[in-house]
Design a protein around this ligand. Structure first.
Ligand SMILES: [Zn+2]
Length: 275
């Protein structure tokens, strides 16, 4: 499932392709993507921005221009959540057999397709970016200092791994990177989130930034079927330290990586060096 680094990769790749492009039309082919709501008119608008927010790709559109020249509508923001298997891929030309096509944007140059095998991906429309912004803080937000992270953690009795996955404190982390971050920080996934000392919070903060930064450089991880905006797989997979490495040797201490289910999700950790 795409997490922050994968979504960041998609947004960074799409931005130079899409920004400034005029949209000829949008066809939403999957009724689930409409979710009972009217799809706003996007034809005649220009893409103004593409960026990541949490685990969603935000695509900004200018107001539509009337034939008479005046602006006829307000700006618009589309938030795309890829969920399990959603892919936003830019094509120079409409492909011959685009599999699992859910939505198609025809642009003045190229096509943006939303393809989604499992169909859990969602489209949400907003009047502007403020309305689309999550209430929680982004792990890469410069405002997330070690002190702020410490305040967020304070008082929580929840196990650290589960705390990292809740989306109402930090937004964007998922199961793969939560395990990786805790391994880098040498922290137990089962420790109470509010029990960390100042040094441990500092380690956690550095690990969050370090792991996400390295994963973004590698265009993310393809665990089952993530593809980026070019239709390619992420290359961070072989660099994962603990995720999906149960019974294998810890890359740091030669202990054995273990797997335990926490809230129906697999947690991977090294009991020897994450104490
Ligand atoms: Zn270890």
């Amino acid at each position: 499932m795409p997490e922050l680094p994968e979504v960041e990769t998609v947004a960074r790749q799409l931005a130079p392709r899409l920004a400034g492009r005029a949209v000829h039309s949008l066809r939403v082919l999957d009724p689930r993507l409409r979710a009972g709501r009217r799809v706003p008119a996007v034809g005649g608008r220009t893409v103004t921005s593409v960026r990541r927010s949490g685990k969603r790709v935000l695509i900004g559109f200018s107001p539509a221009v009337r034939a008479s020249g005046g602006a006829a509508s307000r700006p618009l923001v589309l938030a795309v959540h890829l969920r399990m298997t959603g892919r936003l891929i830019w094509y120079e030309r409409f492909p011959e057999k685009p599999g699992h096509l859910r939505a198609r944007f025809r642009l003045d140059e190229g096509e943006l397709l939303f393809q989604d095998v499992r169909r859990f991906g969602t489209f949400d429309w907003y009047a502007d970016e403020d309305e689309a912004a999550p209430r929680a803080i982004d792990p890469l937000d410069p405002g997330l200092t070690p002190a702020v992270l410490g305040e967020l953690l304070a008082g929580s009795t929840q196990p650290l791994k589960q705390w990292l996955l809740r989306q109402d404190r930090l937004v964007g982390l998922g199961n793969i990177y939560a395990s990786e971050i805790l391994w880098v920080a040498r922290l137990s996934p089962f420790a109470a989130a509010g029990s960390l000392g100042r040094g441990e919070v500092g380690r956690l903060h550095r690990a969050v930034r370090g792991v996400l930064g390295r994963a973004i450089e590698a265009c993310g991880t393809t665990f089952s079927d993530f593809q980026d905006a070019r239709g390619e797989e992420g290359s961070f997979g072989p660099r994962l330290a603990v995720y999906d490495r149960a019974e294998r040797s810890c890359r740091r201490c030669r202990g054995t990586v273990e797997r335990r289910v926490q809230q129906q999700r697999s947690t991977y950790w090294c009991p020897r060096c994450q104490g």
